[in-house]
Write a protein that binds this ligand. Sequence first.
Ligand code: GLP
Length: 240
Amino acid sequence: MQVKTFDNTTELDTFAAQLFAEKLKDKPNATLGLATGSTPVGIYGKIIEMYKNGSISFKDATTFNLDEYVGLAPEHEQSYAHFMKEQLFNHIDLPLQNAHLPKGIGADLKSECTSYDQMLAEQPIDIQLLGLGLNGHIGFNEPDQELQGGTHVVELEESTREANARFFDKLEEVPTQAITMGVGSILKADSILLVVKGADKAGIVKQALQGPITTEVPASLLQTHKNVIVLVDREAGRLL
Ligand code: GLP
């Protein structure tokens, strides 16, 4: 595991965006694993800049997002589908039919999970971007005694709903469930880029990178992967 600490967010975001640009240069039809939350917003901003100045193109790329809230249609303003359009997809040349997110609505979420896993098996992820939840979750894989390998529906922890309530008008509007890629699928990515920002994540990033490998800190399973790069800002990295 390679850990890089940055003095400022712009440098971190630029470095991360460059890793995506390099991947697409080597392999224009790469499969990119994408994440939501506030952490990747600056990275997506840099990627858009690179696209606008002609140094990156997504026209042959495919993307898979980690997760989506159950019960929110893609048009819903707080859905991750909407977030991705606003923050990235509307500003680059990625064909929208190549942009995949699990669908959080529909009668049969089980078959949605199966078909998402099938697509992932057909187009394995070359580089997976990950943020880190305050409780150590990756995607929406919450701490538990057991974790699931494939895409599945998960009950969100109260602390996760509270952490994400800032994007909603009130806590009651935050869905109680999500559909998420499993830890097994995340670990199948060829390379993983874990990005952690802010003082409030200093303790959990230390546990994830240096603590015991345990399902109670889902991100600690990343220690078992052969090709993980961790990018932290000074505040998040201060205990490492
Ligand atoms: C959300 C997402 C995760 C994300 C995490 C951290 O719940 N499901 O994929 O990494 O929370 O979010 P943030 O970057 O806003 O701190």
